[in-house]
Structure formats: structure tokens, C-alpha cells
Design a protein around this ligand. Structure first.
Ligand code: GLU
Length: 317
């Protein structure tokens, strides 16, 4: 069943009105720039596989992609090396621990387990074939643009704020390197990873990223194939297992959609073959997921009965 544009727009408006009432959570403050973003911002975009796009709230505000960039680089690594190589070298298991946990690494022989935590994301960046740092970076930025839109650009301000304070990630990169799990210079991996987190996107861009995955690898706005069909399911599986960090299992239980969050306040959820829903609002819960974005997405998913685990998928209440 497909939904009318008016139906989706009404639902997006309803979700944003509900989201705005929520006063829980706090901006990430370990990255100085993120602490300064207005906390009241709140938006939701829904994109269908046919390119229909509806949005409500602050959907043209450009915010930092942060951890959601991990999905883009993971897919790029799969495109270059095959999903099985990514699983073997980086992993496909939830860590059950915070996104920057050193313990998650050290208790698993310094293997990151998933490309969707900081250690795994830096290992993934290093796994991408590139002759030097600037080519590695250009490849990643170009891929983000293909998955979303050409408007995705690096913010020098966010990047500086992160590069000046990313000591913990630098330590993780050296641990990976010491164990043979970083495949380029560790400081190059950390620097490029930090840049990929510092690109600015809108809620519509984020929905387009999810829409490309929902649409079996074809960007629903540009109509261009970006991901090979065989890499879509493994990417969604990784998102299910680790996309919302230690809340990933609860999210699968409650909402049932492969998703990814970032500490910039974005969350994107994929409904394979149908649509993607992206929410944005800066205040985070203690795990690092946007409280309002999760509530808004859950509202839409509940109303449309979208969980991939429901056999009766597709009902409009
Ligand atoms: N740039 C952030 C970091 O490395 C991303 C974390 C996130 O969004 O979860 O800590």
C-alpha cells in the first residue's frame, strides 16, 4: 500500500507538534560546537521510494552529520571490498557499550565489532582504498553527496571544534593500529573520520540517505544507483544491531526499523522498499540519541505499522 502525500504530511506535522512538546535531553557538550546549536530546533522529513518528500518543522537547518557518516563510509567500504570483507575485518556484532568505548575494543582483541562505533568507523575509513589522506577524504565526501545531495559540505567550524578535542578518538585509533586493525596511518584515519562527522546536512538530506537504502541503493531524488543491491541488506543489518548504540535492541523491539543516530541530533530510519523517515533535534538522551527525533519517528512508525518484524506491515490506523 502507498500513502498519499497529504496523509504523510499530516502525520509529519503531528509528529513535529508532539516532538516540540518534549523537554527531555541535552545537547552533546563534549564537542564545543554542538553545545551551541539551538536546542529548540525540531524537524521531520519522510521520503518515499518514488521520490515523494514531505517535511515539517526545521527541515532546512543544516546540522552536523556526526555518527550517521559511519553508515556512508561503511557502505563505501562494502562497495570497494565487499560486505563479507567488512564483516571479517571490522565486524557485524553489537558492542552493547558506548560509541567510544575502549573496553568494547580491548575485550574483543581490539577488533571493533561494527563499523558503527567510533573504533569501527575509523577502521572502516582506513580500510577504504586511497593513495593519500586528501583522496580518502574526497572519496568519502563525494559518496556522502551521492547518497544525499550535492549540498552536503564540510563545516570548517565543526571540523575545527572536533579536531581540537578528539583526543579520545586518537587514542582509539592508536589501539586499533597496535592490534593491526587500522589499515592506514592511524592519525590519518582519525582525521578523515573526524572530517566525515563534520559535514552539514538537512533533515531532507538525511531522509534521502535512508531513502537510497530503502530504494535498494538508488537515490530516490537523483534516480542514480549509488549502492549495489547486494550491499543494502548487510548495511541495514549493521544499522539494526548498532545504529542507536546501547538502545539498538530496544529500538528494534519498540520500532523495528534499521536506523542510525548521530550526536548532532539526527536519526534516520529505513523502511525497506517503502520509505525513510529522518528526524532532527539536538537534545540527546544519555546514550547519545536525539530524544525528539526518536519520539517523532516512533510516532510515524506506529501510526503506519511500519516495523519490519510485523507481517501485517502497511496498515494506516
Ligand atoms: N564525531 C563524534 C565522535 O567521534 C561522533 C559520535 C556520534 O555521533 O555518536 O565522538
Amino acid at each position: 500500500m502507498s500513502y498519499s502525500e497529504a496523509q504523510l504530511k499530516a502525520l509529519a506535522d503531528e509528529a513535529v507538534a508532539m516532538g516540540r512538546k518534549c523537554r527531555e535531553g541535552a545537547n552533546a557538550d563534549y564537542i564545543p560546537f554542538l553545545a551551541s546549536v539551538p536546542s529548540d530546533l525540531c524537524g521531520l522529513s519522510i521520503i518515499c521510494c518514488d521520490g515523494t518528500l514531505v517535511h515539517s518543522g526545521d527541515c532546512s537547518y543544516r546540522f552536523a552529520l556526526e555518527s550517521i557518516s559511519k553508515v556512508c563510509s561503511m557502505v563505501l567500504a562494502m562497495e570497494q571490498k565487499g560486505s563479507e570483507n567488512v564483516r571479517e575485518k571490522i565486524g557485524a556484532e553489537p558492542t552493547g557499550l558506548p560509541f567510544n568505548s575502549v573496553m568494547a575494543l580491548t575485550t574483543h582483541h581490539d577488533k571493533p565489532l561494527t563499523p558503527l562505533v567510533n573504533a569501527g568507523a575509523m577502521a572502516t575509513v582506513s580500510f577504504i582504498d586511497a593513495p593519500d589522506k586528501e583522496s580518502r577524504w574526497r572519496m568519502i565526501l563525494d559518496f556522502q553527496q551521492q547518497l544525499m545531495s550535492e549540498n552536503v559540505t564540510l563545516s570548517n567550524e565543526v571540523n575545527k571544534s572536533e579536531q581540537d578535542t578528539n583526543f579520545h578518538n586518537r587514542a582509539i585509533a592508536w589501539l586499533l593500529y597496535a592490534a593491526g586493525n587500522c589499515f592506514c596511518d592511524p592519525m590519518e584515519a582519525c582525521e578523515v573520520y573526524t572530517r566525515q562527522c563534520s559535514t552539514l546536512v538537512t533533515c531532507d538530506d538525511l531522509a534521502t540517505l535512508g531513502g537510497t537504502l530503502a530504494n535498494n541503493g538508488v537515490n530516490p531524488i537523483t534516480g542514480k544507483r549509488v549502492i549495489s543491491p547486494e550491499n543494502v541488506a548487510p548495511s541495514l543489518a549493521e544499522m539494526t544491531m548498532e545504529g542507536l548504540y546501547e538502545f539498538s535492541g530496544d529500538w528494534a523491539f519498540l520500532v523495528g526499523l534499521p536506523s542510525k543516530s548521530g550526536v548532532g541530533g539526527g536519526v534516520v530510519s529505513v523502511v525497506p522498499g517503502k520509505m525513510a523517515i529522518a528526524g532532527f533535534s539536538p537534545p540527546l538522551d544519555e546514550v547519545g540519541n536525539s530524544v525528539r527525533a526518536m519520539r517523532m519517528i516512533r510516532h510515524v512508525a506506529d501510526k503506519l505499522n511500519l516495523s519490519i518484524y510485523n507481517s501485517g506491515h502497511d496498515t494506516v490506523h
